[in-house]
Design a protein around this ligand. Sequence first.
Ligand SMILES: Cc1cc2nc3c(=O)[nH]c(=O)nc-3n(C[C@H](O)[C@H](O)[C@H](O)COP(=O)(O)OP(=O)(O)OC[C@H]3O[C@@H](n4cnc5c(N)ncnc54)[C@H](O)[C@@H]3O)c2cc1C
Length: 326
Amino acid sequence: MKKLKVMSILVYTESENGKLKKAALEVVSYAKAVADQMGTSVTAVAVNADNAETLGNYGASKVLLVKDESIQAFNAKKYAAILESAAKNEGAKVVVVSASANSKYLAPLLAVGLGAGYVSNVVAAPSSVSPFTVKHSTFTNKAFANTEITTDVKIVGLSNNSFGLVESDGSASVEDFSPSVPESGVTVESVDKATDKVSIADAEIVVSGGRGLKGPENWGMVEELAEVLGAATACSKPVSDLGWRPHSEHVGQTGKPVASNLYIAIGISGAIQHLAGINSSKVKVVINTDPEAPFFKAADYGVVGDAFEVVPKLIEKLKAFKAANA
Ligand SMILES: Cc1cc2nc3c(=O)[nH]c(=O)nc-3n(C[C@H](O)[C@H](O)[C@H](O)COP(=O)(O)OP(=O)(O)OC[C@H]3O[C@@H](n4cnc5c(N)ncnc54)[C@H](O)[C@@H]3O)c2cc1C
């Protein structure tokens, strides 16, 4: 197979409060697979990350570490400039980012700077690197497309939890990187997180509740189930519109996208706008009293039953299972 001449594959690794996110380890794992296909290596870019050397365990051979307190909070214009500078220095022909809201904001700016083609929501390693063809979800996750990126420099946005983490016994050299960063015209004064629990974007498991739960006073069992499973909590749009749950938990077409390994929907009908946001989840479990609820058509496993009976039993069984396997 004809090999492209590249210096390395560049990856943007996201961190929060100095800690690399799980998605950062996944994009590096993915980039390593692409690098192996192309016969090259992986260079990661990290900003204010305390544990940057960890990226070596997932396939990066070099980390360009930007240490700059003035860009502690994400700023798309500044971060795109950092990535552009790194890509040009490294002669990178492929740049990998995650599918987070920040990366989806950053990637188009970077694409303009590098004159690159950008495909988001990629779900697998390239089927071919020459031509460079990637599989990605499309039409709000109702279909997949295989798209060839024909530009010299290519940007891939990887869907969360689509590739997984692949550990290796490699190690990475960490180099300080201080590119010139432009003024952006926007200053982030503070970032107040809606919750300090598992975030929906990073979660492997999401437990989600709908209007079938009747009221906010009944969310205790949703939270308890989420806690037993180490999951994030989410909800349908009406639930957040009614003020039963914070808007940060609203998932769907007009809310957050979910790409978890397991999505448990309790008392949610499965309207098309809800499914649009959660279709990328691998295994969907639905608990609903109505056997005709549309969600059952999209479900991998379904329980026709009253959430107020099923969920407490599920919690009890899971607790017993965990205790027996502790
Ligand atoms: C432009 C637009 C954008 C939208 N975007 C979104 C979006 O991003 N996300 C979103 O979620 N919605 C969105 N919607 C709304 C969407 O169309 C639905 O109205 C909404 O998803 C329904 O929420 P629900 O399933 O919680 O409630 P309902 O439709 O009221 O369904 C409740 C379900 O609970 C079941 N149930 C009742 N009691 C129990 C019980 N005791 N145990 C178990 N099950 C029970 C019922 O059988 C029913 O299926 C959007 C709509 C529009 C028009």
